[in-house]
Design a protein around this ligand. Structure first.
Ligand code: PBG
Length: 422
């Protein structure tokens, strides 16, 4: 059921039809809604009686005189109180000065007092790309594909733009033969990501392209940094590579580079490297609080980027830690980050709120692959309503303080918000 209500005051600003026509029911409010871009879903219910009432042709003075003379025209009585089921206890009302349910008692009230609203403009759509020409389904992420960078990707971006999603983030599946311990393919100006950025910018100049800055898709070890013989992830040497990667992406036309590697000091170093090469207009979205999470499993399958050994716990944060997120926040802010990201999303709402309350910068949340796949699986098994849970989870990320949300649901959710069927 589309529980929608037109806000009559909003309608009033349209020149035609007139408000009076709407109130008498001669124009259906739906005709005022642009279906492609319906954001606040609001529609008036049908009026039930014989509207409009026929005019008597009396003047205002005659109408007033009739009322004064006691001949008020008929208007329907207030309806009787609806009956309670038999057996309902008879009680005296609780002495409550505040009944919060009053403000929730109808769809119109609920829409009026809704504190958080999602729009497709809040979404960033993560897209997996590869060198092939076919789109390859990702087993662990139903509905997601490794997209051919010249075909499937371009079509998917067009579909997203159609429903108001105009920001994407690219994740490349790199051929094994191009992977190395130092991940040098990451800054090949003619590599998959820079090539794809140039193609998309040529076709859609106003598309906002975020890139991932980290070595794992390019590392033969599957780690985000260079691995020393004893297994230590080398910080400063990795940052050196990340700077080259970010500059290469900026050179291709990236709008926002997003370091997801969790090395220390990379934001400041990347900012300096970008500025030195003439890219002071390129933004940095820092993965500020990225946790060593098991919710990334499906993503690593998608990119075939599982660490060859060990885990990522020496650079990604411990899921048990809260205060530590503030240390990362202060560092990233002072090093010049433009956007701070928390990842994963739903299990880390407290961290999103922590950053929201401690920084004036925009906050991003990443609803990661595992979160996506759980909702998809629950939906397929008919254990939950996929569509409703999807929208609720995104709303909750927004309510917790995320301005933007990276989500594999971006297209599906935007279509749903626009009132389109899939
Ligand atoms: C790696 C990276 C990961 C994700 C985004 N960038 C995985 C990881 O850190 O192992 C995960 C995204 C997801 O699970 O959806 N730099």
């Amino acid at each position: 059921m589309a529980a929608t209500f037109v806000n009559l005051f909003a309608i009033k600003s349209f020149n035609s039809p007139r408000l009076a026509d709407l109130q008498t029911g001669s124009v259906h409010p739906r005709s005022l809604i642009n279906h492609n871009r319906r954001v606040l879903v609001v529609k008036a219910s049908e009026s039930k009686n014989e509207w409009p009432i026929k005019k008597t042709q009396m003047s205002d003075a005659e109408c007033e005189a009739a009322v004064v003379a006691g001949n008020a025209p008929f208007a329907p009585p207030v309806p009787p109180l609806p009956a309670s089921p038999s057996g309902t206890p008879v009680v005296s009302p609780l002495p409550l000065s505040r009944r919060p349910r009053r403000n929730r008692r109808s769809p119109v009230f609920r829409a009026a007092f809704q504190e958080t609203s999602l729009t497709p403009a809040n979404f960033v759509y993560p897209l997996f790309i590869h060198e092939g020409e076919e789109d390859t389904p990702i087993g662990a992420m139903p509905g997601c594909y490794r997209l051919g960078w010249r075909h499937g990707l371009v079509e998917e971006v067009a579909r997203a733009r159609d429903v108001g999603v105009n920001s994407i983030v690219l994740f490349p599946k790199v051929p094994d033969a191009l992977k190395s311990p130092t991940g040098d393919e990451a800054y090949n100006d003619n590599g998959l990501v820079p090539r794809t950025i140039r193609l998309l910018k040529d076709k859609y100049p106003d598309l906002i392209i975020y890139t991932d800055v980290a070595l794992d898709p390019y590392s033969s070890d599957g780690h985000d940094g260079i691995v020393r013989e004893d297994g230590v992830i080398m910080n400063d040497e990795t940052v050196h590579q990340l700077c080259k990667q970010a500059v290469s992406q900026a050179r291709a036309g990236a709008d926002v580079v997003s370091p997801s590697d969790m090395m220390d000091g990379r934001i400041g170093a990347i900012r300096s490297a970008l500025d030195a090469e003439g890219f002071s207009h390129v933004s940095i979205m820092s993965y500020t609080a990225k946790y060593a999470s098991s919710f990334y499993g499906p993503f690593r399958e998608a990119l075939d980027s599982n660490p060859r050994f060990g885990d990522k716990k020496t650079y990604q944060m411990n899921p048990g830690n809260y205060r530590e997120a503030l240390i990362e926040t202060r560092e990233d802010e002072s090093e010049g980050a433009d956007i701070l990201l928390v990842k994963p999303g739903l299990p880390y709402l407290d961290i999103i709120r922590l950053l929201r309350d401690n920084s004036s910068l925009p906050i991003a949340a990443y609803q990661v692959s595992g979160e996506y796949s759980m909702i998809k699986a629950g939906g397929v098994l008919k254990m939950i309503d996929e569509e409703k849970v999807m929208l609720e989870s995104l709303m909750c990320l927004h309510r917790a303080g995320a301005d933007i949300i990276l989500t594999y649901f971006a297209l599906q959710a935007a279509r749903s918000l626009c009132g389109e069927k899939r």
